[in-house]
Design a protein around this ligand. Structure first.
Ligand code: 5RP
Length: 227
């Protein structure tokens, strides 16, 4: 049996996702290292892609470097397909996302799409969400109150830092990462946290869950359908 590195697994799953790209349509493109591989793979079929709605400035730059037109999310009524990675995915297709701090725009683009195709390696598949620290994009003035609310649920949160200063997202906000949660009902959890003042986006994707997950392992790329 071949021993593929995690990087090679990402390349394989990214290539497998090309089959979901609808020629002649605008494509939704997410963010992260697995999606970077997907964007690289898109080079081979870029003549068939009329444009992309991107979920981050980083993906936008990568798409433009390939010569793919990037369209504003406000300029499309909908998308057939959105391809993105995940930090964790459970057996229903609910995910934790936001490890790359792009969760708000990722959720917006996912909401535009009829089909969310998640691309990941098998290490991302979990029984219950919460082992990966939950990213939440917050308005800075609300940070401490939001951290106290997570503490009441048993979660230990901290503001994400870059070189000692709070990371500032593409939307000008901050990220808190919350450890120690066990999210057994992702839909209810997402709805609850969404109501807290100052929360811009919670990194639980249950409303916008994956319809399909391509999961790469040493055995190959498995397709999980969530309907
Ligand atoms: C970025 C994300 C990414 O999709 C997620 O972090 C997975 O990234 P990677 O493919 O690098 O493991 O949600 O906000």
């Amino acid at each position: 049996m071949s021993d593929f590195s995690q990087d090679e697994l990402k390349t394989r799953v990214a290539q497998a996702a090309l089959q979901y790209v609808v020629p002649g349509e605008i494509l939704g493109v997410g963010s992260g290292s697995t999606v970077n591989k997907f964007i690289d793979a898109l080079a081979g079929m870029k003549a068939q892609i009329v444009g992309a709605v991107s979920s981050s400035d980083a993906s936008t730059a990568r798409l433009r470097a390939l010569g793919i037109t990037v369209v504003d999310a406000n300029d499309v009524r909908g998308l057939s397909v959105y391809v993105d990675g995940a930090d964790e995915i459970d057996g229903q297709g609910c995910m934790i996302k936001g490890g790359g701090a792009a969760l708000t725009r990722e959720k917006i683009v996912a909401a535009l799409a009829q089909r969310f195709v998640c691309i990941a390696d098998a290490s991302k598949r979990v029984q219950v969400l919460g082992n990966f620290p939950l990213p939440v994009e917050v308005v800075p003035a609300a940070t401490k109150h939001i951290l106290r609310q997570f503490a009441a649920l048993g979660g230990a949160g901290a503001v994400r830092l870059v070189q000692g200063a709070p990371l500032v997202t593409d939307n000008g906000q901050h990220i808190v990462d919350v450890h120690g949660l066990r999210i057994v009902d992702p839909l209810a959890f997402e709805a609850m946290v969404n109501q807290w003042p100052g929360v811009l986006t919670v990194g639980v994707f249950a409303q916008q869950k994956a319809h399909v997950c391509l999961l790469a392992s040493q055995e190959g790329v498995q397709t999980l359908n969530f309907g």
